[in-house]
Design a protein around this ligand. Sequence first.
Ligand SMILES: NC(=O)c1ccc[n+]([C@@H]2O[C@H](COP(=O)([O-])OP(=O)(O)OC[C@H]3O[C@@H](n4cnc5c(N)ncnc54)[C@H](OP(=O)(O)O)[C@@H]3O)[C@@H](O)[C@H]2O)c1
Length: 309
Amino acid sequence: MAENTTTVAIAGGSGFIGRAIARRLSRMAEYRVRVLSRSPSQARVRLASIRADFVRADVTDPSLLEAAVRGAAVIVNAAQFDGYPVENPRLGLTFERIDHLGCTALVEAAKAAGARHFIYLSGVGADETSSHPAFRAKGRAEAAIRQSGLNYTIFRPSVVVGQGDRVVSMLTKALRFAPAMVLPGSGRQQLQPVWVEDVAACVALALTASARVRAQTFEVGGPERMTLDELLNLIMNITGYRRPIIHAPESLMRLAGAIGEKLPRPLLSRDAVSFLMLDSICDTKPLVEALGIKLTPAREALAYLATKP
Ligand SMILES: NC(=O)c1ccc[n+]([C@@H]2O[C@H](COP(=O)([O-])OP(=O)(O)OC[C@H]3O[C@@H](n4cnc5c(N)ncnc54)[C@H](OP(=O)(O)O)[C@@H]3O)[C@@H](O)[C@H]2O)c1
């Protein structure tokens, strides 16, 4: 390993977006990747064959964090709680605990370790004054980063797609087995799907474009906006699986959410329903101008779906 490599520690490096970042940076000779995980051995399996170190860390346990990030010049936070976006307060799986307090703990560890760049995977709509726990917690996390004195770059993605994602994988699985597709709400929610490899590329570019990304917050989306119905139709076109679409009214979804919240392992909640009903669109012009990235159209990003499992 060359002496002048930069160590990049990635919290959530075993996750969907974190893996794409870890893979990309591990192919670049100038970086040494350190994947932070609650289970380094499992993370190693998920990222088999990449050149990286695997270190135990839990953002809810600040006592371990400082040692975990020691020696890293760059810290990336791509951690998210299991079961997202459905909170499970009984197990401490909440936006407040992981997104806000977890990020704040990581920021403190980064400061103590003398890191020079903090990168946060936030989300479209982050707002510390929001009444929704997801947007509020991400807004609070962003505020903690801005007040930290660290050099930072915040990325706020819309829905992120690619192999191993949440939304498209779930829809594709349902398409294969269900006689009809049930979508939450009107299906007219606006999305701007962005390819996970483009998100990872933004992180990699941010590491070298430091003057243009210093203390900046960028919204990250794909080149086109589409409704949830249009996204499903695109998936049906690519996969060849055609199903009728049924729209579940918001009132019914909220009732299901209220019931779901009562389960020991909630599968749905009212907050998660609100989350699914909202638009997730953004302005990518500042991102494209700062990083010079060419964003990939959703059809191209989802081309892998054409290969039948
Ligand atoms: N996916 C999207 O469409 C999307 C859109 C907008 C914003 N984002 C944001 O981007 C970030 C990454 O999302 P993702 O979809 O890649 O998440 P993900 O696939 O659910 O992965 C999150 C990772 O976080 C780690 N983690 C969970 N609890 C942890 C804890 N207590 N301490 C440390 N690590 C913990 C897990 O790794 P271990 O099990 O190895 O610990 C997991 O692999 C999140 O902040 C998310 O809100 C995602």
